[in-house]
Design a protein around this ligand. Structure first.
Ligand SMILES: *Cc1c(COP(=O)(O)O)cnc(C)c1O
Length: 397
């Protein structure tokens, strides 16, 4: 029986994780995602989602998703290269390109798939990729898949980027060089230094690749980090996700028409995996429409971010150096961080602890993700709960 082999492989490892308290159990949400979620029958103030603009359960998006299901059905039927593209996918891609101020865009089934598809379609074993050391797991995997040499650059350290770029260029070993970075780093909320990146890229002839999963819908009037700096024509590949601020699921690459033409024939998740559902495409189109016409949501998101940061900082918490609504509360010790997060849960606040290896040892944190649909009253409750638990666990005086 092969399942004995599987059991022999899995049982000791699962047990070891459980013994070390590292086995992650997943909570069940008994309803939609939003500012309030229900878990174990309890209503909790949710500070764990990437649903920045509250789109995941938005009435207008749901209406469009239902209408698209009526018009197109529940599935696309096959990959687009074989069974064709639905009109609604073309509409979505045109909308994304316009929104990102690029010539063209291509939608994938997830942000993760964008990195799998795009990096490996452009970079080969004759090339090198310079990658910020804190880049997202999907970038790391996409780089590996490409077979290119990966050169790590210190986090947001432009001198180090320059040094690595110089060494790689002078070695004469690589056909192409690319620099890849997150647009916004989700654990600290810091923003990639795009103007300096562009300067270094021009000096050393680097291709530039910004994965803006956490910047899209948040910065640059929603269009993202690159737009925030007004450098849309300077970045070769921009990645965005439809699963965070846009509230649904999916991802996209935006760039030149030539780039998109190439990805449509070479990006493997596009070629060999069925496209987004019509409902998802319709919901995403509506979300972008709303962002373009109702900047109030973004204002609310940023106001809430500022309000929460201020409230926690005033109590004496270390909130790091976030430049976006992402609000880390750095506690340090891993066990204490986990205990803090458990106590928050008991007091009705859902914010997860993030510890090593996701962040460096000794920088355990509770990460708070306020959204545009949180009210000031909710945030006041959160701040009061933080004060209570902070004092109880001696994190603040
Ligand atoms: C979340 C995230 C992804 C994955 O996006 P999905 O659409 O959820 O697959 C990719 N890159 C970065 C930087 C992310 O933060």
């Amino acid at each position: 029986m092969t399942n004995n082999i599987l059991q022999a492989f899995l049982e000791p490892q699962l047990q070891a994780l459980q013994d070390k308290g590292l086995y992650n159990t997943i909570d069940t949400m008994e309803g939609p995602n939003g500012a309030i979620i229900k878990i174990n029958g309890m209503d909790l103030i949710n500070l764990s989602s990437n649903n920045y603009l509250g789109f995941s359960n938005d009435a207008r998006l749901k209406e469009k998703a239902i209408a698209a299901t009526e018009a197109y059905g529940v599935g696309a039927g096959a990959v687009r290269t074989i069974n064709g593209t639905m009109t609604i996918h073309n509409v979505l891609e045109a909308k994304l390109a316009e929104f990102k101020h690029t010539e063209a865009a291509i939608a994938f089934q997830s942000g993760f798939n964008c990195n799998m598809g795009a990096i490996s379609a452009i970079m080969t074993k004759n090339d090198a990729i310079i990658s910020d050391e804190l880049n997202h797991a999907s970038i790391i995997d996409g780089c590996r898949l490409s077979g290119a040499k990966v050169l790590r650059a210190k986090h947001q350290d432009m001198d180090d980027l320059r040094r690595v770029a110089k060494e790689a260029t002078e070695s004469g070993r690589y056909e192409k060089l690319m620099y890849i970075t997150d647009g916004v780093f989700s654990m600290d909320g810091d923003i990639a230094k795009i103007p300096e990146i562009v300067e270094i890229a021009e000096e050393f002839g680097l291709l530039t690749y910004i994965d803006d999963a956490h910047g899209s819908g948040v910065l640059g009037g929603g269009a993202g980090t690159v737009k925030h700096f007004g450098l849309s024509d300077k970045i070769d590949l921009q990645i965005g996700t439809l699963s965070k601020a846009i509230g649904a699921v999916g991802g996209y690459v935006a760039g030149s028409q030539q780039l998109i033409d190439w990805l449509k024939v070479r990006a493997r998740p596009f070629l060999f995996s069925t496209s987004l559902t019509p409902a998802t495409a319709a919901a995403c189109i509506e979300a972008i429409d709303i962002m373009e016409h109702d900047p109030e949501r973004l204002t609310k998101l940023w106001d809430n971010g500022t309000y929460l940061k201020q409230g926690l900082a005033n109590l004496g918490f270390d909130i790091g150096h976030s430049e976006t609504p992402i609000t880390p509360c750095i506690i340090g010790d891993e066990k204490l961080t986990q205990q803090f997060s458990c106590r928050l849960f008991e007091e009705g606040v859902y914010a997860k602890s993030i510890v090593f290896p996701t962040v460096p040892k000794g920088t355990g944190r509770v990460r708070n993700m306020p959204t545009s649909v949180h009210t000031k009253e909710m945030l006041d409750v959160v701040i009061a709960v933080y004060e209570k638990i902070g004092k109880e666990l001696n994190v603040i005086n």
